[in-house]
Design a protein around this ligand. Structure first.
Ligand code: MN
Length: 306
Protein backbone atom coordinates (compact mmCIF):
# COMPACT_ATOMS: atom_id res chain seq x y z
CA UNK A 1 0.00 0.00 0.00
CA UNK A 2 2.86 2.33 0.80
CA UNK A 3 4.39 1.60 -2.60
CA UNK A 4 1.15 2.28 -4.42
CA UNK A 5 0.67 5.53 -2.49
CA UNK A 6 4.19 6.69 -3.41
CA UNK A 7 3.85 5.87 -7.11
CA UNK A 8 0.37 7.44 -7.24
CA UNK A 9 1.65 10.62 -5.64
CA UNK A 10 4.53 10.85 -8.11
CA UNK A 11 2.09 10.20 -10.94
CA UNK A 12 -0.20 13.07 -9.94
CA UNK A 13 2.69 15.42 -9.24
CA UNK A 14 4.35 14.75 -12.58
CA UNK A 15 1.10 14.98 -14.51
CA UNK A 16 0.45 18.41 -13.08
CA UNK A 17 4.03 19.59 -13.60
CA UNK A 18 4.02 18.61 -17.29
CA UNK A 19 0.52 19.89 -17.97
CA UNK A 20 0.19 21.44 -21.41
CA UNK A 21 3.55 20.13 -22.69
CA UNK A 22 3.54 18.09 -25.87
CA UNK A 23 5.89 15.58 -27.49
CA UNK A 24 6.96 15.84 -31.14
CA UNK A 25 4.39 13.12 -31.83
CA UNK A 26 1.63 15.46 -30.65
CA UNK A 27 0.99 13.32 -27.59
CA UNK A 28 0.90 14.73 -24.09
CA UNK A 29 4.47 14.92 -22.73
CA UNK A 30 3.27 13.05 -19.64
CA UNK A 31 2.95 9.86 -21.74
CA UNK A 32 6.76 9.76 -21.83
CA UNK A 33 6.85 9.64 -18.04
CA UNK A 34 4.28 6.87 -17.67
CA UNK A 35 6.02 4.82 -20.37
CA UNK A 36 9.40 5.26 -18.67
CA UNK A 37 7.86 4.16 -15.37
CA UNK A 38 6.28 1.14 -17.06
CA UNK A 39 9.61 0.01 -18.47
CA UNK A 40 11.16 0.32 -14.99
CA UNK A 41 8.34 -1.76 -13.53
CA UNK A 42 8.78 -4.41 -16.23
CA UNK A 43 12.45 -4.67 -15.32
CA UNK A 44 11.50 -5.30 -11.70
CA UNK A 45 12.58 -2.00 -10.20
CA UNK A 46 11.05 -0.94 -6.89
CA UNK A 47 8.51 1.77 -6.06
CA UNK A 48 11.13 4.43 -5.30
CA UNK A 49 12.75 4.01 -8.72
CA UNK A 50 9.40 3.90 -10.49
CA UNK A 51 8.32 7.09 -8.72
CA UNK A 52 11.64 8.76 -9.64
CA UNK A 53 11.07 7.59 -13.22
CA UNK A 54 7.76 9.44 -13.26
CA UNK A 55 9.51 12.55 -11.97
CA UNK A 56 12.72 12.32 -13.98
CA UNK A 57 12.06 15.31 -16.25
CA UNK A 58 10.47 17.64 -13.69
CA UNK A 59 13.68 19.47 -12.77
CA UNK A 60 14.93 19.74 -16.33
CA UNK A 61 11.75 20.52 -18.25
CA UNK A 62 9.26 22.15 -15.87
CA UNK A 63 9.23 25.04 -13.41
CA UNK A 64 9.49 22.65 -10.43
CA UNK A 65 12.45 23.45 -8.16
CA UNK A 66 14.56 21.07 -6.06
CA UNK A 67 13.05 22.45 -2.85
CA UNK A 68 9.54 21.67 -4.04
CA UNK A 69 10.48 18.10 -4.83
CA UNK A 70 12.22 17.82 -1.46
CA UNK A 71 9.10 19.01 0.32
CA UNK A 72 6.87 16.45 -1.39
CA UNK A 73 9.14 13.41 -1.62
CA UNK A 74 11.92 11.74 0.33
CA UNK A 75 15.59 12.56 -0.17
CA UNK A 76 16.20 9.28 -2.03
CA UNK A 77 13.81 10.27 -4.80
CA UNK A 78 15.29 13.76 -5.03
CA UNK A 79 18.75 12.21 -5.27
CA UNK A 80 17.63 9.93 -8.12
CA UNK A 81 15.92 12.71 -10.08
CA UNK A 82 18.90 15.03 -9.63
CA UNK A 83 21.16 12.20 -10.77
CA UNK A 84 19.20 11.69 -13.98
CA UNK A 85 19.19 15.45 -14.59
CA UNK A 86 22.97 15.59 -14.18
CA UNK A 87 23.44 12.76 -16.69
CA UNK A 88 21.30 14.69 -19.17
CA UNK A 89 23.99 17.34 -19.31
CA UNK A 90 26.67 14.96 -20.61
CA UNK A 91 27.17 15.59 -24.29
CA UNK A 92 27.94 12.99 -26.91
CA UNK A 93 30.37 14.30 -29.51
CA UNK A 94 30.24 11.43 -31.90
CA UNK A 95 33.87 10.38 -32.03
CA UNK A 96 35.05 6.84 -31.36
CA UNK A 97 38.03 8.14 -29.48
CA UNK A 98 35.89 9.55 -26.69
CA UNK A 99 33.17 6.91 -26.50
CA UNK A 100 34.81 4.72 -23.90
CA UNK A 101 35.56 7.63 -21.60
CA UNK A 102 32.01 8.90 -22.02
CA UNK A 103 30.61 5.47 -21.09
CA UNK A 104 32.84 5.42 -18.02
CA UNK A 105 31.90 8.95 -17.07
CA UNK A 106 28.25 8.01 -17.41
CA UNK A 107 28.57 5.10 -15.02
CA UNK A 108 30.73 7.03 -12.54
CA UNK A 109 28.45 10.06 -12.53
CA UNK A 110 25.31 8.09 -11.91
CA UNK A 111 26.70 6.91 -8.54
CA UNK A 112 23.65 4.71 -8.01
CA UNK A 113 22.63 1.96 -10.40
CA UNK A 114 19.01 3.11 -10.17
CA UNK A 115 19.96 6.44 -11.78
CA UNK A 116 21.41 4.48 -14.67
CA UNK A 117 18.30 2.31 -14.97
CA UNK A 118 16.04 5.39 -15.15
CA UNK A 119 18.26 6.94 -17.80
CA UNK A 120 18.20 3.70 -19.82
CA UNK A 121 14.41 3.41 -19.54
CA UNK A 122 14.10 7.07 -20.58
CA UNK A 123 16.29 6.42 -23.62
CA UNK A 124 14.41 3.24 -24.52
CA UNK A 125 11.12 5.11 -24.70
CA UNK A 126 12.74 7.92 -26.68
CA UNK A 127 14.09 5.33 -29.14
CA UNK A 128 10.69 3.67 -29.46
CA UNK A 129 9.32 7.03 -30.58
CA UNK A 130 12.34 8.28 -32.53
CA UNK A 131 10.53 8.47 -35.88
CA UNK A 132 8.62 11.51 -34.57
CA UNK A 133 11.83 13.46 -33.94
CA UNK A 134 13.04 15.86 -36.67
CA UNK A 135 14.92 13.94 -39.35
CA UNK A 136 18.28 15.66 -38.90
CA UNK A 137 18.43 14.70 -35.22
CA UNK A 138 17.53 11.04 -35.55
CA UNK A 139 20.86 9.70 -36.72
CA UNK A 140 22.81 11.44 -33.97
CA UNK A 141 20.49 10.13 -31.27
CA UNK A 142 20.53 6.61 -32.72
CA UNK A 143 24.34 6.60 -32.96
CA UNK A 144 24.63 7.82 -29.40
CA UNK A 145 22.30 5.02 -28.31
CA UNK A 146 24.43 2.43 -30.12
CA UNK A 147 27.73 3.77 -28.84
CA UNK A 148 26.90 4.73 -25.28
CA UNK A 149 23.59 3.45 -23.93
CA UNK A 150 23.38 -0.05 -25.42
CA UNK A 151 26.93 -1.00 -24.33
CA UNK A 152 26.19 0.19 -20.80
CA UNK A 153 23.05 -1.95 -20.65
CA UNK A 154 25.09 -4.85 -22.04
CA UNK A 155 27.77 -4.49 -19.38
CA UNK A 156 25.14 -4.41 -16.69
CA UNK A 157 24.05 -7.79 -18.02
CA UNK A 158 20.62 -6.56 -19.14
CA UNK A 159 20.89 -8.08 -22.59
CA UNK A 160 17.18 -7.76 -23.41
CA UNK A 161 17.40 -4.01 -22.91
CA UNK A 162 20.64 -3.58 -24.86
CA UNK A 163 19.25 -5.68 -27.73
CA UNK A 164 16.13 -3.56 -27.99
CA UNK A 165 18.18 -0.35 -27.91
CA UNK A 166 20.44 -1.71 -30.66
CA UNK A 167 17.67 -2.92 -32.90
CA UNK A 168 15.73 0.35 -32.57
CA UNK A 169 18.85 2.36 -33.47
CA UNK A 170 20.08 0.21 -36.34
CA UNK A 171 17.64 1.42 -39.07
CA UNK A 172 18.47 5.07 -38.36
CA UNK A 173 22.20 4.49 -38.68
CA UNK A 174 22.41 1.98 -41.56
CA UNK A 175 19.05 2.07 -43.27
CA UNK A 176 19.85 -0.15 -46.27
CA UNK A 177 21.75 -2.84 -44.37
CA UNK A 178 18.96 -3.00 -41.81
CA UNK A 179 16.27 -3.59 -44.40
CA UNK A 180 18.26 -6.31 -46.17
CA UNK A 181 19.18 -8.13 -42.99
CA UNK A 182 15.64 -8.01 -41.69
CA UNK A 183 14.42 -9.95 -44.72
CA UNK A 184 17.28 -12.47 -44.38
CA UNK A 185 16.65 -13.03 -40.70
CA UNK A 186 12.95 -13.60 -41.25
CA UNK A 187 13.71 -16.20 -43.92
CA UNK A 188 16.23 -17.95 -41.73
CA UNK A 189 13.80 -17.95 -38.82
CA UNK A 190 10.99 -19.48 -40.85
CA UNK A 191 13.32 -22.13 -42.27
CA UNK A 192 14.63 -23.18 -38.88
CA UNK A 193 12.04 -22.64 -36.21
CA UNK A 194 10.18 -25.87 -36.83
CA UNK A 195 13.22 -28.13 -36.68
CA UNK A 196 14.43 -26.25 -33.63
CA UNK A 197 11.18 -26.94 -31.80
CA UNK A 198 11.46 -30.61 -32.72
CA UNK A 199 15.02 -30.65 -31.44
CA UNK A 200 13.98 -29.11 -28.13
CA UNK A 201 11.26 -31.73 -27.74
CA UNK A 202 13.60 -34.68 -28.17
CA UNK A 203 16.19 -32.98 -25.99
CA UNK A 204 13.66 -32.65 -23.18
CA UNK A 205 12.93 -36.35 -23.51
CA UNK A 206 16.61 -37.24 -23.36
CA UNK A 207 17.05 -35.07 -20.26
CA UNK A 208 14.02 -36.57 -18.54
CA UNK A 209 15.43 -40.04 -19.12
CA UNK A 210 18.46 -39.00 -17.08
CA UNK A 211 16.29 -37.58 -14.33
CA UNK A 212 16.56 -33.91 -15.31
CA UNK A 213 12.94 -32.81 -15.02
CA UNK A 214 13.18 -29.27 -13.65
CA UNK A 215 14.26 -27.82 -16.97
CA UNK A 216 13.06 -24.81 -18.91
CA UNK A 217 13.66 -24.75 -22.64
CA UNK A 218 13.22 -21.82 -24.97
CA UNK A 219 14.91 -20.30 -27.96
CA UNK A 220 16.11 -16.85 -28.78
CA UNK A 221 16.52 -15.12 -32.11
CA UNK A 222 19.69 -13.10 -32.47
CA UNK A 223 19.21 -9.34 -32.49
CA UNK A 224 19.61 -7.71 -35.90
CA UNK A 225 22.37 -5.39 -34.78
CA UNK A 226 24.43 -8.13 -33.15
CA UNK A 227 23.96 -10.25 -36.28
CA UNK A 228 25.15 -7.31 -38.41
CA UNK A 229 28.19 -6.78 -36.20
CA UNK A 230 29.11 -10.46 -36.23
CA UNK A 231 28.84 -10.69 -40.02
CA UNK A 232 30.96 -7.55 -40.36
CA UNK A 233 33.71 -8.31 -37.88
CA UNK A 234 34.04 -11.98 -38.81
CA UNK A 235 33.35 -11.38 -42.52
CA UNK A 236 30.71 -14.09 -42.59
CA UNK A 237 27.43 -14.47 -44.41
CA UNK A 238 24.30 -15.48 -42.57
CA UNK A 239 24.74 -19.19 -43.37
CA UNK A 240 28.00 -19.16 -41.42
CA UNK A 241 26.45 -17.66 -38.31
CA UNK A 242 25.23 -20.59 -36.25
CA UNK A 243 23.55 -18.79 -33.40
CA UNK A 244 20.94 -16.87 -35.39
CA UNK A 245 18.41 -19.13 -33.75
CA UNK A 246 19.72 -20.71 -30.55
CA UNK A 247 18.22 -23.28 -28.25
CA UNK A 248 18.29 -22.39 -24.57
CA UNK A 249 18.14 -24.77 -21.66
CA UNK A 250 17.83 -23.33 -18.18
CA UNK A 251 18.59 -25.52 -15.17
CA UNK A 252 19.03 -24.83 -11.47
CA UNK A 253 22.73 -25.41 -10.83
CA UNK A 254 26.12 -25.24 -12.54
CA UNK A 255 26.47 -28.98 -12.05
CA UNK A 256 23.24 -29.57 -13.94
CA UNK A 257 24.57 -27.40 -16.80
CA UNK A 258 27.53 -29.76 -17.24
CA UNK A 259 25.23 -32.78 -17.00
CA UNK A 260 23.01 -31.33 -19.73
CA UNK A 261 26.08 -30.71 -21.89
CA UNK A 262 27.09 -34.34 -21.44
CA UNK A 263 23.65 -35.54 -22.45
CA UNK A 264 23.53 -33.22 -25.46
CA UNK A 265 26.92 -34.43 -26.69
CA UNK A 266 25.90 -38.01 -26.01
CA UNK A 267 22.93 -37.70 -28.35
CA UNK A 268 24.06 -35.22 -31.00
CA UNK A 269 27.49 -34.86 -32.51
CA UNK A 270 29.09 -31.50 -31.61
CA UNK A 271 30.84 -29.28 -34.11
CA UNK A 272 34.54 -29.22 -33.15
CA UNK A 273 35.93 -25.98 -31.78
CA UNK A 274 32.53 -24.50 -30.92
CA UNK A 275 32.31 -25.57 -27.28
CA UNK A 276 32.56 -22.62 -24.91
CA UNK A 277 32.57 -22.75 -21.14
CA UNK A 278 31.35 -19.36 -19.97
CA UNK A 279 30.73 -20.83 -16.51
CA UNK A 280 34.40 -21.31 -15.78
CA UNK A 281 35.20 -18.19 -17.83
CA UNK A 282 32.29 -15.73 -17.52
CA UNK A 283 31.86 -13.00 -20.14
CA UNK A 284 33.00 -9.52 -19.01
CA UNK A 285 29.37 -8.61 -18.28
CA UNK A 286 29.01 -11.54 -15.89
CA UNK A 287 27.10 -13.81 -18.26
CA UNK A 288 27.59 -17.49 -17.54
CA UNK A 289 26.60 -20.51 -19.58
CA UNK A 290 27.80 -23.40 -21.70
CA UNK A 291 27.59 -23.06 -25.47
CA UNK A 292 27.92 -25.79 -28.02
CA UNK A 293 26.86 -26.30 -31.62
CA UNK A 294 25.55 -29.72 -32.62
CA UNK A 295 24.41 -31.52 -35.76
CA UNK A 296 20.71 -32.28 -35.53
CA UNK A 297 20.51 -34.44 -38.64
CA UNK A 298 19.68 -33.50 -42.24
CA UNK A 299 22.81 -31.34 -42.19
CA UNK A 300 21.29 -28.90 -39.73
CA UNK A 301 23.33 -27.22 -37.03
CA UNK A 302 21.95 -25.67 -33.90
CA UNK A 303 23.65 -23.70 -31.16
CA UNK A 304 22.69 -24.87 -27.71
CA UNK A 305 23.07 -22.47 -24.76
CA UNK A 306 22.88 -24.08 -21.36
MN1 MN B 1 12.93 11.87 -20.39
Amino acid sequence: EEDIALVSKAYEFSKKAHEGQKRFSGEEYFVHLTETAKILAEYGMGATTIAAGLLHDTLEDTSVKDEELEKEFNSEIVFLVEGVTKLGKLRYRGSDRHNESLRKLFVAMSEDIRVLMIKLADRLHNMRTLSHIPLEKRKRIATETLEIYAPIAYRLGIRKLSRELEDLSFPFVHQKEYAGLKVLLKQKYEENVESLEKFLKSLKKALAKEGLIDVRTEYRVKGLWSLFKKMQTKKKDIEQVFDVLAARIVVKTNEDCYRVLGIVHGSWRPLPGKIKDYIAFPKPNGYQGLHTTVFTGHGNLVEVQI
